[in-house]
Design a protein around this ligand. Structure first.
Ligand SMILES: *Cc1c(COP(=O)(O)O)cnc(C)c1O
Length: 415
């Protein structure tokens, strides 16, 4: 037995350390489908209670939409449950090709390849298209899955300060001699809810002969006038060389992701991307669900319009109540508390008031910037937002944070 008592105690000590630093992650058990109203068992064993969900990536409310569920049922009946194969052996159905074609059309690109998740898309894409003579230059705040993808690739790396175009320009100069230069950013940054200035990025890339790569996971389906994502918002549709995105957020929230962009780059992924070559195909039931979501998104902008109205309403309500928010115009609305413990206490009190929203603190966000990240959905009605605001105000009063400046909050609670 190699897992001796000493080895066990070593791990126990490490886990205790995580607990002691307040960083231990505990799950809350949801006893209902994902939606604006959910039933949550928390703490474990407690009787489930109804709360308003303010922290799902269910931006368009498709996660348990009756039309999506119906399409998924039909897909299950027509194409079965599992594929038991990777794509290139016997894991490609007609509907997988159909979804790739539909994403290509939706995103305005040349071709698309599906991955088991966007995490996998990001893990596979750089290694598949870049080599030692190339350089990847990424925004300091890109998603963890991009950081992992960059680590797996032999190309040289560099990092520019968050959305700092002057800094990026200097790095593009510095790496002028490289074969390929790729600038890598999130479209919408998940912790702050701000957008990368894709118009400026595109111009800069054009000027320096660099490719532009955008992870649009927090944008596809709802950012831009018709929900085509940040390239639409910034008028650079068709000019982004590679887009990765997820089906695990606005597009139904089940699972799966893709790489979409220049035909040859996508083809390189089909030849070389390891998660595509070595991990199972997306289940037909999920493919059928996403196809239905795309139908609805191309027929009408009603849901993304409602989301935009909801987000503006929520932002205005919080700001008028005297909370400090991160500026932005996406459905990600961070309520700044700065202190880690305060963010945890605040989240717990919100839950007692029937609102489910999670507090984030270091190392998930930079030290001294703890916050409650709220995420708005088209599945929210105004009544949900009003009730949630009432809870925020009540808890805000309890902790004496309404109408306070950052300095006052940090002065009282520390950062
Ligand atoms: C959520 C997210 C991912 C991961 O997507 P999955 O499909 O859940 O693996 C990747 N990149 C960004 C920017 C994300 O927000």
């Amino acid at each position: 037995m190699a897992f001796t008592e000493t080895v066990r105690q070593g791990f126990q000590k490490e886990l205790e350390g995580i607990r002691a630093s307040g960083l231990f992650k505990a799950e809350r058990f949801i006893r209902s489908p994902q939606a604006a109203d959910i039933e949550v068992e928390f703490p474990a064993g407690a009787s489930p209670r109804k709360v308003i969900n303010m922290c799902a990536n269910n931006y368009l409310g498709f996660s348990s939409h009756p039309e999506v569920v119906k399409a998924a049922h039909a897909g299950l009946d027509a194409r079965g449950y599992g594929m038991s194969s990777v794509r290139f052996i016997c894991g490609t159905q007609d509907i997988h090709k159909e979804l790739e074609a539909r994403m290509t059309e939706f995103l305005g690109t040349e071709d698309t390849i599906l991955f088991p998740s966007c995490m996998d898309a990001n893990a596979g894409v750089f290694e598949a298209v870049l080599g030692e003579r190339d350089v990847m230059i990424s925004d300091r705040l890109v998603h963890a899955s991009i950081i992992d993808g960059v680590r797996l690739c032999k190309a040289q790396r560099d990092i520019y300060q968050h959305c700092d175009m002057a800094h990026l320009a200097s790095l593009l100069e510095k790496h002028a001699g490289r074969r390929l230069k790729v600038v890598i950013t999130d479209g919408v940054f998940s912790m702050d809810g701000d957008c990368a200035p894709l118009d400026e990025l595109e111009r800069l890339c054009e000027a320096h002969g660099a490719l532009l790569f955008v992870d649009d996971s927090h944008a596809t389906g709802f950012i831009g006038r018709t929900g085509r994502g940040t390239p639409e918002k910034y008028g650079v549709r068709g000019k982004v060389d590679l887009i990765t995105t997820t089906f695990g957020k606005a597009l139904g929230g089940a699972s799966g992701g893709c790489v979409s962009g220049r035909r040859e780059l996508v083809e390189m992924c089909r030849q070389r991307a390891r998660p595509y070559l070595f991990s199972n195909t997306i289940a037909p039931v999920v493919v059928a669900g996403v196809l239905r979501v795309l139908d609805m998104l191309t027929q009408s902008t009603e849901r993304r319009d409602k989301l935009e109205r909801n987000a503006a309403y929520w932002r205005k309500g919080l700001a008028e109540a005297g909370f400090i928010l991160k500026e932005g115009d996406t459905p990600i609305v961070p309520v700044m508390l700065f202190n880690a413990k305060l963010s945890q206490d605040f989240s717990r009190d919100l839950f007692d008031e029937g609102v489910y929203a999670v507090g984030f603190f270091y190392p998930v966000v930079p030290p001294g910037t703890a916050r409650i990240r709220t995420q708005i959905s088209a599945g929210h009605e105004t009544s949900h937002l009003d009730r949630a605001l009432e809870a925020f105000v009540k808890v805000g009063r309890k902790h004496g944070i309404l109408g306070k400046t950052k300095e006052e909050l940090v002065g009282r609670y520390g950062a």
